[in-house]
Design a protein around this ligand. Sequence first.
Ligand SMILES: [Mn+2]
Length: 297
Amino acid sequence: MRVGYARLATRLVSLSQWCAATVLSMARAENIRAVVQGVRYDARSSFLRGCADAPQAVRRVLGNGSANWCTESGVDLSQRNDWRDEGDVEPPDDALAALEIIDHETAARVGEGVAVLSIGGDHAITHPIMQAMARVHREMTIVHFDAHPDLYDELDGDRLSHACPFARIMEEHLASRLIQVGVRTSTPHQREQAVRFGVDTYETRSWDGMLPALSGNVYLSIDVDVLDPAFAPGVSHHEPGGLDVRQLLGALTQVAESDCTIVGADIVEINPGRDINDMTAMVGAKLVREVLGMMLS
Ligand SMILES: [Mn+2]
């Protein structure tokens, strides 16, 4: 029976690889340049769960008629056929199984010329997403917006916690450069980790609003708690003293105007159970529109 299972497993892997290749070639045939995926996973959250409901909350306000589908620079996403929403990835709570599924699903979507925008989920999802991205794209620069550096070696014994993804990403050399913007909670341990991994850190207390020059392949990871809780109350970890939405959009504009290619992005840690009148879901929706517009420009 063992041989039988092994053979079946091999066939399932071949089948899934064939499906992934087919999806990719279909995407190319249709000129799809960006896809959106929801990642309904919040089991690695250290404080509160609820982020798994963010993809629906963001999609609901994107489609409820309260705003149009134009980016600030005038790209009307409702008139474009070069992007599509591929629905949700719904991993089980088990960390290793979840990582494998998120990696696998992302791998089926990412390609040369096809960027993937993920709506999280807690920040743990960025590690398996980057595993999939790194098999396609070399020498990626991550621009990471967050109140927290998420560089813990482990938190409460969990090395796959949402507080650890950037330690795992840098250890596995999934990116060649990590730029962190908006950090205002770094512990002595995480400061050591930042030095160890050569992180380029722009702390909120001293940031002048400027990003360093960017080139090559860029991945954007946006934890919405980079914003002040006044502008985005619907997150698990309120950290006062954060950016306003315009400062974040200003930084994204600098990325858009630099000589780089945005190969992927995630918008994570929105917790609808903590939101007030969809304020934070609307911030998420705006970020989806702006980042999609950047991917398609
Ligand atoms: Mn955070």
